[in-house]
Design a protein around this ligand. Structure first.
Ligand SMILES: Nc1nc2c(c(=O)[nH]1)N[C@H]1C(S)=C(S)[C@@H](COP(=O)(O)OP(=O)(O)OC[C@H]3O[C@@H](n4cnc5c(=O)[nH]c(N)nc54)[C@H](O)[C@@H]3O)O[C@H]1N2
Ligand SMILES: Nc1nc2c(c(=O)[nH]1)N[C@H]1C(S)=C(S)[C@@H](COP(=O)(O)OP(=O)(O)OC[C@H]3O[C@@H](n4cnc5c(=O)[nH]c(N)nc54)[C@H](O)[C@@H]3O)O[C@H]1N2
Ligand SMILES: [Mo]
Length: 700
């Protein structure tokens, strides 16, 4: 039986209600962007499965999304517009009509815009990666309004800037070709948790005899399954990459012809790399020089060799440069000559040939105005800043959609203080009463992926996907596009683009070569791309060469080298990478997934736990100059000595003290890309019972 996009009837018994299978796409912020098949009957989900025909999805979904119905039909979903009745942050709301909510919001925004529209800030990220429910009607709305622009840096912009500088874009290998690699270096990525569909291909390679290395301070689930694990200190990847280059040079493991034709700035990089013998890098990275030599030997003498880099390693001050240095490795060995060689951090820029973002977002509606840009990663500071030259007006209104900044942004104390401002008007479009929604003046119920149309690209593979709705919207939920369409009407925005339907916008977004009808029928379409995209060079930089100029190791803000005094007081480096059964702070409220993750924990190595008198299951206080957070300890060799791990991102309200790890993270930005430095964070840990007598942390 053919699988049609919509409304395909399965054979049924006389008593069964007609089932139909709807083609969808997973909306979550994950490199995998799976193609889904949603079986529904009588407006209920029967099952959600991965599309067996979509090569990256391979018929499998992760635990989270195969249980998607639990999220969609969750008893705590916000199903009606809600208006605040208690103090800010108290979570006390009353139900109001859409009409009342929209009129009041439009009036409040209009009044602020009449003074200065830049006092209004949209705040959004990738709660859904959909192009429609992400930045389409919302972007049109804020462009027309002339609101502040948002620098969307919270996740990937250091790495993106590193790739841009080196390759001229977020460009990488085809996911499927990892299956043919003979050596795979999984670098700063817990693939089994956060990039499961890549892992399928890595396993194929492993079964065919490939050697797998994992470079990660934490002995992750993925590290367990690789042949070798290099547990370096957070933020030292640049030094490791330079040292690998040192070995490539001194052993003659270079593809001189490739370097000659396709790399710019090699002589200077070569000089820098020669200053990094393995012994020096071993010192900085906290690993054995012999292990660096072995990795270099493997990388220098195996073809095709592939690197799966992920964003985990760029959440430190030197993250942008570290990505640059890693991205140069396959240019030095000529790994790019092979389809199964090279590197993948992100594939996003390949989609520029398929998607017209300006058609969706309509920056022309700015009509020559140039509003200021505020960085989402410093939202704590931005909300607390007074009006002034160099900044402009104080932020008076925030409209949040597809994001949960109170839980995910660094230095929570300030973020909470900002969102708790009684004079800040906050609107949150959400599925649930998140930590951010608790601080809203209005919470507007948004539809989930099963209830709206969307168009998807991916940062981990090279297929365009269409998500078709399989359920009617629950309660009074409306899609983000519909909410902004309605607000635009209330504000009197009369341009025809504010009346565009979701389907009309999807069609406007597609460049020639990708057909909406084909996506409707088939669910997805592969981008036409060469199999080995840089076999003959052709990087997207102005020179067409991979650009090595200036790439260098940049140490952390918070390390014994850069901040010795700080490191005396707060000697442990804390990282807070993703938990397998959550997606950032999404799914934390889904009981079955939360019960797998248990509760917020801090992994600490026995060498660090024992002298502190800390045992597993004990409550500990984790603190630094920015704040303090309590959770249970898990004494574990998953953490290396000197590094503690708080898997994230828990909702604050599930924490012992109503806080989470971001109490401790800071607002300093990366070397490139203005991104946060979540994993560049020194802390001290003590048994919580002793906390009352210990001295309070100094305030920043
Ligand atoms: N299940 C699940 N999947 C997810 C997410 C999730 O929350 N849960 N998050 C999604 C998002 S938003 C993103 S951006 C992607 C990618 O998300 P990433 O943040 O790249 O997550 P991981 O792939 O888990 O990679 C993090 C790994 O990097 C390690 N790491 C930390 N610091 C360093 C360092 O300095 N150097 C090195 N080499 N490694 C370091 C961590 O220990 C961890 O194992 O994953 C997405 N997929
Ligand atoms: N300490 C620490 N902090 C981190 C990280 C870390 O590793 N450590 N990782 C960082 C990274 S990589 C990222 S990407 C950010 C992620 O931060 P966010 O982008 O804020 O991601 P989520 O926490 O998943 O929150 C997304 C919210 O969007 C909502 N949502 C989903 N779909 C829709 C929709 O269609 N409409 C509306 N209106 N809402 C929707 C969900 O219900 C959810 O509450 O966090 C960052 N913060
Ligand atoms: Mo992310």
């Amino acid at each position: 039986m053919p699988w049609l996009g919509l409304c395909h009837s399965a054979p049924m018994s006389s008593t069964a209600i007609a089932e139909r299978v709807v083609r969808g796409a997973c909306p979550h912020d994950c490199p995998d962007t799976c193609a889904m098949r949603v079986t529904v009957a009588d407006d209920r989900v029967i099952r959600i499965q991965g599309d067996p025909d979509h090569p990256p999805t391979h018929g499998a979904l992760c635990t989270k999304v195969s249980r998607y119905a639990e999220r969609v039909e969750h008893p705590e979903r916000v199903l009606h517009p809600m208006k605040r009745i208690g103090p800010k942050g108290s979570g006390q709301f009353e139900r109001v009509s859409w009409d009342e909510a929209l009129s009041d919001i439009a009036q409040r925004l209009q009044a602020i815009a009449a003074r200065d529209p830049q006092a209004i800030l949209p705040y959004s990220y990738a709660g859904t990666m959909g192009l429609l429910q992400g930045e389409s009607m919302a972007a049109r709305f804020f462009h027309k309004l002339g609101a502040s622009l948002l620098d969307r840096t919270i996740c990937a912009s250091a790495g993106a800037a590193g790739l841009q500088a080196t390759y001229g874009g977020k460009l990488g290998m085809h996911l499927e070709h990892f299956a043919g690699s003979r050596l795979i270096v999984i670098w700063g990525s817990n693939s089994i948790a956060s990039n499961l569909h890549f892992w399928t291909f890595a396993q194929q390679a492993k079964r065919a005899g490939a050697k797998l290395w994992c470079i990660d301070p934490r002995r992750s689930e993925t590290a367990d399954k690789c042949h070798r694990h290099l547990a370096l200190k957070p933020g030292t990847d640049g030094a490791l990459a330079l040292s690998l280059m040192h070995e490539l040079i001194t052993h003659g493991w270079l593809d001189a012809a490739y370097i000659d034709q396709h790399v710019e700035g090699w002589p200077e990089l070569r000089e820098r790399a020669l200053q990094w013998p393995p012994e020096r890098a071993a010192q900085v990275c906290g690993v054995a020089a012999e292990d660096i030599r072995e990795l270099a030997r493997d990388y220098g003498s195996t073809q095709p060799a592939a690197i799966r880099l992920n964003y985990g390693m760029q959440r430190v001050r030197g993250g942008g440069n570290a990505v640059r240095l890693v991205a140069l490795l396959p240019c030095l060995t000529g790994a790019w000559r092979h389809p199964s060689g090279g590197m993948l951090l992100s594939a996003s820029s390949w989609f520029l040939r398929a998607i017209d973002h300006a058609a969706l977002q309509r920056p022309d509606l700015l009509a020559g105005r140039q509003p200021r840009t505020l960085n989402m990663s410093t939202i704590g500071d931005e909300l607390l800043r007074e009006a002034g030259p160099g900044f402009g007006p104080k932020v008076e209104a925030v409209v949040v959609y597809n994001s949960n900044p109170v839980a995910v942004a660094p230095e929570s104390r300030k973020v909470v203080q900002g969102f708790a401002r009684e004079d800040l008007f906050t609107v949150v479009l959400e599925h649930f009463m998140t930590d951010t929604a608790d601080h809203a003046d209005y919470v507007l119920p948004a539809t989930t992926q099963l209830e709206h149309l969307d168009l998807h690209t991916s940062y981990g593979h090279t297929y365009v996907l269409l998500n078709q709705p399989s359920l009617t919207p629950r309660g009074e939920a409306r899609s983000n596009t519909d909410i902004f369409r309605a607000l635009a009407a209330r504000m009197g925005f009369s341009e025809p683009c504010f009346a565009d339907s979701d389907e009309a916008m999807a069609r406007q977004a597609l460049k020639p070569g990708i057909r909406f009808e084909a996506l409707q029928q088939h669910g997805w379409q592969k981008l036409p791309l060469p199999e080995a995209p840089f076999a003959e060079g052709g990087f997207h930089t102005p020179s067409g060469k991979a650009d090595a100029r200036g790439a260098d190791f940049v140490p952390n803000y918070e390390s014994a080298d850069s901040a010795p005094a700080l490191a005396q007081t707060y000697p442990l480096a804390m990282i807070s990478p993703p938990a397998r059964h959550f997606l950032n702070s999404t799914f934390v409220n889904v009981k079955s997934l939360r019960s797998i993750e248990g509760e917020p924990l801090l992994e600490i190595h026995p060498d660090d736990a024992t002298p502190r008198g800390i045992t597993s299951g004990q409550l500990v206080r984790v603190f630094n100059g920015r704040g303090s957070y309590r959770c249970k300890a898990e004494v574990s060799t998953r953490a290396r000595p000197g590094v503690v791990v708080g898997l994230g991102i828990w909702w604050r309200k599930f924490g012992v003290d109503g806080t989470n790890v971001n109490e401790l993270t800071g607002q300093q930005l990366t070397d490139l890309g203005r991104a946060p430095t979540f994993y560049d964070c020194l802390v001290q840990v003590e048994a919580a019972e002793a906390a009352a007598t210990a001295s309070a942390p100094a305030t920043a």
